[in-house]
Design a protein around this ligand. Structure first.
Ligand SMILES: Cc1cc2nc3c(=O)[nH]c(=O)nc-3n(C[C@H](O)[C@H](O)[C@H](O)COP(=O)(O)OP(=O)(O)OC[C@H]3O[C@@H](n4cnc5c(N)ncnc54)[C@H](O)[C@@H]3O)c2cc1C
Length: 628
């Protein structure tokens, strides 16, 4: 390999400044590592190439966890938020999910500012075309313009750019998202080094000129009056400044699309990449849900200083003439002017089962991978992986223990374990249904679960940690107070009658009252004379922990069992063909995969509970033999 001109040495080089790359670069630099982050175009730093929003079910949990660990996404969206809504409030707290509309441009400029001002961090516009790898260890990167940068670790966070190909109907061409150029050479060179890559695809809807829409024909979707910040570092959030709008497809829309479905790149067979099941194109929806008379569409402003609006639910790879025809069949869009056409993009990504739980590649030392490049889809999923890859690259260089979050500690643990242990055959999107311990992995308690860990690894500073400990102490104090505060029937019964709650004959504690579904923590303030002034989020914790204490207790017991199997470590030298009673398929899968623990082994597809029992018996036999 010809070395180009030498441009310096770094501890960590991050290839890509998207949602993954930004978190990776910031966490590595904040942990004291000399870091460089590349982007093909600095205008695409933290670019929201698709939906102008952050959060919603499952994704909000990731944003809160990133924030609790000392990441940037939560703080950044609070700055760029133009509308805030709490979703699923009619359901239990496990699925309550914050969702914020973002001013895309502001989201980009604010994140770019943070990168520019971060100590130990350099940003560079340039395209990385190759890695310098020696003895299966990455030692440098080479750019398109001939520069060679030496480094101790590389984080690949290239998103949808690698061998990007754009599809609009019968037409396709090499390109990255939003009119940017694709990254072509790096893919070929990664394959030459022995990385296996595959093709995924995703799609985005058109952007239309908001001035050409008739909002009177749609239903307004205003933001919440009470706005709640994403970041635990913010006590409050500015009011919502825009509304979204709801409209629907109709019979005419469906017939225009179905009449032209053979011209869709997807149904015309041009696209080979696999798309996200949970973000289907409108063509997919009509084919998969043929009985549905109409599909919801949300009209979402892209920012305060632009007239562009995003048509959520209408991504397509049909050609532009067809797009114009069926977009104009929609109520309120009769005169819509499309300013950016919808398109599908196909791109190269790796198979995440080639990665360890630290997101380091199993076959290449100090090569970490994050984001869409790992087979996920979504800003939040990308940011969570970027944060973890940045932390683990830094810890590895500092020869400190890896940082892993397991499935019982966070959605970040569910996301990464699903990707690297179970793998994915389509762009992976996080959902609350993927988390078996979702009642304890709520968005409201992400700091109580993770901020301590963020402090231990060095991403949470002392000042923030002190605030966090203060909050924890206040929760415990208040919990003790209401456990031991008794109210006599004379004082309570009029209050209980007001809330249609059955009267009491003896004195009861505030805690017992709060267990009643019809009594809320805020309502209790009517009879709770000595209540201290507390942050609303402390009250929220008290109410949830008491009302769901039974379910939480059960789930904690399940977590105990889970942790036991996670703690049963498995050596990477173990030859599973030597374990009697293991089925052939399990032997092959375990030898290929080399799981870290019995728990991880139990989640590998093709390894049955019976195989796990055989493994446990064998481990026990080995242990006794060793102990003689
Ligand atoms: C068309 C489209 C549709 C989408 N649809 C959805 C959806 O339906 N649902 C959803 O949840 N998400 C969707 N997304 C996904 C969302 O945009 C991504 O998930 C998210 O941006 C991924 O973040 P990332 O950091 O992994 O990559 P990106 O945000 O794509 O960032 C990649 C970065 O890498 C840089 N880069 C790439 N190659 C090189 C190189 N060789 N050298 C230097 N820099 C390089 C780029 O400049 C960029 O800064 C869509 C994205 C696109 C483009």
């Amino acid at each position: 390999m010809t070395k180009n001109f030498y441009m310096g040495k770094y501890d960590v080089i991050v290839v890509g400044a998207g949602h993954a790359g930004c978190e990776a670069a910031l966490s590595s630099a904040r942990l004291g590592l000399n870091t460089l982050v590349f982007s093909i175009n600095l205008e695409s730093i933290a670019m929201m190439a698709c939906n102008p929003s952050v959060g919603a079910t499952g994704k909000a949990h990731l944003v809160r966890e990133i924030d609790a660990l000392g990441g940037e996404m939560g703080i950044n969206i609070d700055k760029a938020s133009i509308q805030s809504r709490m979703l699923n409030t009619a359901k239990g707290p496990a699925v309550h999910s914050l969702r914020m509309q973002a001013d895309k441009h502001l989201y980009h400029t604010e994140m770019k500012k943070v990168l520019e001002r971060q100590e130990n961090l350099d940003i560079k516009q340039g395209e990385v075309v190759d890695l310098f790898i020696e003895d299966q260890t990455v030692k440098g990167v080479i750019t398109r313009t001939g520069a060679f940068y030496e480094t101790k670790a590389v984080i690949l966070a290239t998103g949808t750019f690698l061998k990007g190909r754009i599809f609009l109907g019968e037409w396709s061409y090499e390109g990255g998202p939003s009119g940017l150029s694709a990254s072509l050479e790096l893919s070929d060179n990664l394959k030459k080094h022995g990385l296996s890559l595959r093709r995924f695809k995703t799609g985005t809807p058109a952007r239309v000129d908001g001035k050409t829409l008739n909002y009177e024909k749609m239903q307004e979707q205003p933001g919440d009056e009470e706005t709640i910040p994403f970041s635990f570092t913010n006590d409050n959030l500015h009011k919502s400044r825009v509304s979204c709008w709801l409209t629907y497809t109709n019979k005419e829309t469906h017939s225009v699309i179905l009449d032209n479905i053979n011209r869709s790149a997807l149904y015309g067979g041009q696209i080979e990449g696999v798309g996200p099941r949970y973000c289907p194109s409108i063509e997919d929806k009509l084919v998969r849900f043929a009985d549905k008379e109409r599909h919801q569409l949300f009209i979402e402003p892209e920012g305060l200083d632009t007239d562009e609006v995003y048509i959520q639910g209408m991504s397509t790879s049909l050609p532009e003439d067809v797009q114009e025809k069926f977009y104009r069949t929609i109520q309120g869009l009769e005169n819509a002017k499309i300013v950016r056409s919808a398109y599908a993009i196909e791109y190269d990504c790796i198979n995440p089962i080639d990665l360890k739980l630290t997101l380091e590649h199993k076959n290449f030392n100090n090569l970490f991978c994050a984001g869409q490049f790992n087979g996920s889809s979504g800003y939040e999923e990308a940011a969570a992986q970027g944060l973890m890859a940045g932390i683990n690259a830094a810890l590895k260089i500092k020869e400190q223990d890896p940082f892993i979050i397991d499935r019982s500690e966070g959605y970040i643990g569910v996301l990464i374990d699903d990707l690297v242990t179970k793998g994915t055959n389509e762009p992976y999107r996080i959902m609350t249904s993927r988390a078996e311990y979702r009642l304890i992995l709520r968005q409201d308690n992400a700091d109580l679960r993770l901020t301590e860990k963020g402090y231990e690894i060095g991403l949470i500073n002392d000042e923030r940690y002190k605030k966090f400990v203060y909050k924890k102490d206040k929760i415990n104090e208040e919990m003790d107070r209401i456990k031991s505060t008794y109210i006599v029937p004379k004082e309570i019964n009029p209050f209980l009658e007001k809330y249609n709650s059955s009267p009491v004959n003896n004195r009861v504690t505030l805690l017992e009252l709060l267990k009643r579904p019809e009594i809320t923590y805020s309502a209790l303030s009517e009879i709770d004379k000595n209540r201290p002034e507390l942050d609303i989020r402390i009250g929220e914790q008290i109410e949830i922990q008491i009302k769901y204490s039974g379910y939480i207790g059960k789930q904690m017991a399940q977590v105990e069992k889970f942790k036991k199997l996670e703690k049963r470590q498995l050596s990477s030298d173990l030859d599973y063909t030597k374990i009697e009673g293991l089925r052939i398929e399990a032997q092959q899968k375990l030898n290929t995969f080399k799981p870290l623990s019995v728990g991880q082994a139990s989640r590998i597809s093709g390894v049955s509970p019976a195989d796990i029992n055989v493994l446990l018996i064998n481990l026990e036999r080995e242990r006794r033999k060793k102990e003689g």
